[in-house]
Design a protein around this ligand. Structure first.
Ligand code: DLL
Length: 439
């Protein structure tokens, strides 16, 4: 369902014209703001020289480290009294970044998430179960406001408490669920075990906040049955939260970037130079309409490419491919670059394996070694699957990988937050063993 049909199907040239006006007014606003961060960054930038979106590449980048250095409010572009809400990035890579919203920002946050839920097939008649964490994390409240804005009946379930969540999904008749893909799979597994699966009639999932492969999508869709569409939602706190880009159920494989609000570029990771259409690089985002906490050419660290051509859903937003990882997630194993997402894809291509896995980087020797833990489906031949997986991983990654297969259900499940898949093992500390030992 299109929540804002005129805006979502607007001719790209018209949107670009409006975008250039918005960009000009953003730069003007930031250069005049009270924030020394913005005044310094924009010193020497001539606002009059910004005539079209093509001029974007002449503007300076902003980076996560700068936002962290100006903690908490150094890059705030309005007086704090004009803001109505605070969120924070999850802080898994250091100190959290504080982000703030004006009332207008909260309105747009809700609008883009209403669009996103519509992309997955959501309607105002739905009961929508939101199982992203509520709190400083943007996921819960972002999709909550989006669901309400769409007119759905929102159930603010938040994370954890799997049994209660399953009962609510069944009793309240939810058609849509918003949560991380790993939690969608966990709920699906437990629904089957507890016998509640038959009483749950989910049609779609708005799944994101962590990378996930096509293989995991298949597992989730299998767990929830034929009619369930698992759709990918992308976003980040520094730019807004969820609702920056969303996959529609008609054109799966690519995400619509809501580019009337968030302007995407893809640049070379090393040089920062814009890449040609179709080339893979780092996604850079500029917020065109945000008031409190705008970003200019923000280096997201997320790796993707533009996907050209019209989408069958009729939306005209620029599309990007699903994410292959983060610039800083890349493991370097004996000189070879390995993205955890490539390991996930290789694992989930094997029908004899479940959707849970863990990657251990063993750094006890001179050179790091990779160890992959996964779960064998009941009845599968362990030796055969182990050998098959070892060979597939070696062929695809070009490094040797140790494979350890356990029974279905033997790996720890995470009920809160983003799935942690990569664990470090050093002489002093073994994160994976610690996890296995924790209750
Ligand atoms: O994860 C916002 C969000 C909430 C998105 C709910 C989607 C759903 P942060 O905690 O700031 O914000 O983390 C942002 O998570 O830079 C990506 O590396 C990663 N990420 C988010 N969505 C996806 C996705 C929220 N669909 C960081 N695929 C981003 C891959 C994703 N990675």
């Amino acid at each position: 369902m299109l929540f804002q049909p005129e805006l979502e199907t607007q001719a790209p040239e018209e949107r670009a014209e409006r975008g250039a006006e918005r960009l000009r007014s953003l730069v003007e606003r930031l250069a005049r703001s009270d924030s020394p961060y913005w005044r310094e960054k924009l010193a020497g930038v001539e606002v009059g020289a910004i005539r079209s979106l093509g001029d974007l590449s002449s503007l300076p980048f902003s980076a996560k480290a700068e936002l962290r250095d100006t903690y908490p409010f150094g890059s705030l572009a309005v007086p704090l009294a004009q803001t109505v809400r605070i969120h924070a990035s999850s802080g898994t890579r250091g100190k959290p970044t504080i982000v703030a919203y004006t009332a207008r920002d909260v309105e747009i946050f809700a609008e883009v998430n209403a669009r996103a839920i519509g992309c997955a097939g959501g309607t105002p008649a739905d009961v929508l179960h939101v199982a992203y964490g509520y709190g400083l994390f943007t996921g819960g409240l972002g999709l909550h406001y989006g669901g309400e804005r769409l007119g759905a009946t929102v159930v603010p379930a938040s994370g954890g408490n799997v049994q209660l969540q399953l009962e609510l999904l069944a009793d309240l008749g939810a058609s849509g669920i918003c949560c991380t893909p790993s939690f969608a799979l966990l709920l699906g597994e437990r629904a089957a075990e507890s016998g509640l699966r038959e009483r749950i009639a989910l049609r779609y999932g708005v799944l994101g906040a962590e990378p996930w492969s096509e293989g995991l999508r298949e597992k989730i869709q299998e767990a929830w049955g034929g009619g369930f569409a698992a759709c990918d939602i992308y976003g980040l706190s520094e730019v807004m939260g969820p609702g920056v880009a969303m996959e529609c159920r008609e054109g799966r494989g690519a995400l619509h970037v809501f580019d009337d609000h968030f302007l995407p570029e893809i640049v070379d990771v090393e040089s920062g130079e814009p890449l040609a259409a179709g080339e893979t690089g780092e996604l850079v985002l500029t917020t065109l309409t945000k008031e409190a906490f705008p970003v200019l050419r923000y280096r997201t660290g997320d790796v993707t490419r533009f996907v050209e051509g019209p989408c069958p859903c009729g939306r005209t937003h620029r599309r990007i491919a699903r994410f292959s990882g983060r610039v800083d997630d890349m493991l370097v194993i004996r000189g070879v670059n390995v993205f955890p997402s490539a390991i996930e894809a290789a694992l989930l291509d094997d029908p004899a394996l479940g959707g849970q896995y863990a990657i251990v980087v063993d750094r006890r020797g001179t050179l790091p070694e990779l160890e992959v833990h996964a779960e064998l489906q009941p009845g599968a031949d362990r030796e055969l699957v182990e050998r098959r997986l070892r060979e597939r991983l070696a062929a695809r990654l070009r490094v040797r990988v140790d494979v350890v297969l356990g029974e279905a259900g033997s790996l720890p499940r995470q009920e809160l937050g983003k799935a942690k898949r990569v664990f470090e093992r050093t002489g002093e500390r073994d994160e994976f063993q610690q996890l296995l030992r924790s209750p």
